[in-house]
Write a protein that binds this ligand. Structure first.
Ligand SMILES: [Zn+2]
Length: 633
């Protein structure tokens, strides 16, 4: 997948704010995290995935195919996929009691349609196993695969894997799991996570002594869902005893679990409510996010943003929240500081989040609000604009100028090593524009006071940022014009090419679909302001990928949008037609698989060489059918 490992690492290490990721990068990151998880090498915790990254993606791209389809499985399985005896879907998730109540309302509505009394709806609660999903038809064991077709992993039974409760084969869906206490005691030194162990058990060609021992000692098992202990009752029982039920179910088994599954047991109701392509609607998993903390505020530091908005940053008594030490938190604006009484000595509530600096949820104990009168950078008197405190000295305020430059390099996202401290130092040496930075050579950096190594690196990074291809809309967005985020920039460039946008009048901009008059005015003013700097920078020949304005396109949120794809094997449609169709919707077709390929689409009798290469580079493989349904045209 086309997300550099350095970006992936920065996200994992929380060096990039979630808010600063583009929709596309966030989606890619979620896909990579999911694939790695299914591969047995999770890169982030389940909590981070469930409560931070996935919800963020859902908020921004509700229709992303991650929410609609089960993703193709990752590397390490036979390329030959076999039809599952029954579809194996994923389970929809609820993160609050309110969402459970919504689900119950849907059940009630559907039960009315089949004349089933609400009182007769029976619900069963079981622990949600965090293992490796599989289907046992008594003859073969299948991976879940894409929900319809999986891989044959019957070998785990040949290897002696036992079934939970010493029950029989052929009980349908379940999970391969390892006992929690056993894992912690005997395996945690050799395996980072139970999933690594499960992956070895399933994928390795031959098992080592230790894994064999785990199997014979029945610490690893296949658990058919039908064998799980459960609580059950009607809707009223569930809603009245929700917290107790959750607590009790979570303590029922000695396996890793990541929630409670609620499901309807009435057959008619199950049939009526059915499923979509990813979930059965008759079941839902409840997951709880408990990482909240009360924290004492030491003081509030005003921080000047690139637009002049002042952001309140609360300095905190350090606390550990979900494994990370947190010393600062931000509030959205100074309106909150004023209204909720945020200041030295106040107590706030924090929730874990994907931000480097988490956001303040609410003030639990207010004090006298700590509100600055002057800009901490240029001492201009601050003014209120609704809830925001603003430094209006946009042209000369050092903090704003530095933040703008920082923003440019961040949005380009094809460079490393330029941080706030670097730009501050440059600013102090009269470098106030991005175009001036691109003029600097190694010697100039040294004269400013950067070390030999740093100077060489900074010059290299500037070169890299020019050579590495970026979309023209990203380049335009980097200038940070108000209302010109990546989405609007792309929209603008779909209609007018980059070299024409500076000649557009307000009316022409306002006529673009999705742009209102106010947006158009602000874009028009903004473009005028950046015009000189834009042409100065353009001279450096950035490698810009031109937005194609005429062709029919995939929605830019589509997972296939702009992706590099290789076809192999016989498909239902001729190769030429497939290529033509793909190109017409901005999918790039490559002839050979390499590390830059995003997906391999396989038909009948695919090239072994291509499949092997895709596996080597961990490139997701999809069937022709998957591919077409993902295009969603
Ligand atoms: Zn200022």
């Amino acid at each position: 997948m086309e997300l550099s490992s350095s970006i992936v690492n920065k996200i994992i290490n929380k060096q990039i704010n979630l808010d600063d990721l583009t929709n596309d990068d966030l989606a890619k990151f979620c896909q990579i995290a999911n694939l790695k998880y299914r591969d047995g090498n999770p890169i982030i915790s389940d909590e981070d995935y469930d409560f931070i990254y996935l919800p963020a993606l859902k908020k921004r791209v509700p229709d992303h195919f991650l929410f609609k389809y089960i993703e193709p499985e990752g590397a390490g399985f036979s390329k030959e996929k076999i039809l599952l005896p029954d579809v194996m879907l994923s389970i929809d998730k609820a993160y609050s009691f309110a969402q459970i109540l919504k689900w119950i309302e849907r059940l009630k509505k559907t039960s009315s349609e089949i004349n089933l009394n609400h009182k007769d709806i029976q619900i069963k609660a079981t622990p949600k196993l965090d293992g490796f999903a599989a289907f046992d038809d008594g003859n073969r064991l299948y991976t879940r695969g894409d929900g319809k077709k999986g891989s044959d992993i019957s070998r785990v039974f040949d290897r002696g894997l036992n079934i939970y409760n010493d029950s029989a084969r052929g009980q349908g869906p379940g999970e391969i799991v390892v006992k929690k206490t056993y894992f912690e005691k005997y395996l945690s030194d050799n395996f980072e996570h139970p999933r690594n162990f499960q992956a070895s058990l399933i994928k390795e060609k031959s098992l080592n002594k230790q894994i064999k021992k785990v199997i014979t000692e029945k610490a690893a098992l296949f658990v058919p869902f039908s064998q799980l202990p459960f609580l059950s009752g009607d809707i009223q029982y569930l809603t009245n005893n929700f917290e107790n039920i959750v607590t009790e179910v979570l303590a029922m088994v000695d396996f890793d679990i990541d929630g409670v599954v609620f499901e309807v047991t009435n057959k008619d109701l199950k049939n009526k409510i059915g499923s979509n392509r990813k979930f059965h609607r008759w079941q839902i998993a409840f997951k709880e996010n408990k990482s909240k903390a009360k924290v004492n505020v030491i003081g509030i530091t005003p921080q000047v943003g690139r637009t002049g908005k002042i952001t309140p940053v609360a300095e905190l008594e350090p606390i550990i929240l979900s494994g990370a030490k947190i010393e600062r938190a931000t509030s959205h604006h100074y309106g909150m500081v004023k209204n909720q009484g945020l200041g030295k000595g106040s107590v706030i509530e924090l929730t874990r989040s994907g931000l480097v600096i988490p956001k303040i949820n609410k003030v639990l104990k207010p004090v006298l609000a700590d509100i600055p009168k002057l800009c901490p950078s240029c001492q201009t008197i601050l003014v209120w604009d609704s809830d925001f405190l603003i430094c209006t000295n946009h042209k000369k305020c050092p903090a704003q100028i530095i933040a703008k430059i920082e923003y440019f390099f961040k949005v380009l996202a094809n460079n490393d090593g330029f941080g706030n401290a670097t730009f501050k130092k440059l600013y102090e040496n009269n470098i106030h524009k991005v175009s001036q930075i691109y003029e600097l050579n190694e010697n100039d950096f040294k004269k400013i006071g950067f070390g030999d190594k740093t100077s060489a690196n900074l010059v290299n990074q500037l070169e890299r940022s020019k050579k590495e291809q970026i979309e023209d809309w990203r380049f335009l967005a980097a200038f940070g014009i108000t209302r010109m985020g990546t989405g609007n920039c792309e929209n603008l460039l779909k209609t007018y090419p980059l070299d024409q946008i500076f000649d557009l009048d307000i009316e022409k901009i306002a006529n673009i679909e999705g742009f209102a008059m106010i947006t158009a005015q602000s874009i028009f003013d903004g473009l005028k302001q950046i015009k000189d700097e834009f042409y100065l920078l353009k001279k450096y020949n950035f490698n810009l990928e031109i937005t194609d304005s005429n062709k029919q396109k995939l929605d830019s949120n589509n997972a296939l949008f702009g992706k590099k794809i290789v076809f192999t094997g016989k498909m239902n449609i001729t190769r030429n037609e497939m290529k033509k169709q793909a190109k017409s919707v901005s999918i790039k077709i490559l002839d050979n698989v390499n590390s830059k390929t995003d997906f391999l689409v396989v038909g009948d009798k695919p090239s072994q060489n291509k499949v092997a290469k895709a596996k080597k580079y961990k490139i997701p493989i999809m069937t022709e059918q998957n591919y077409l349904s993902n295009m969603n045209l």
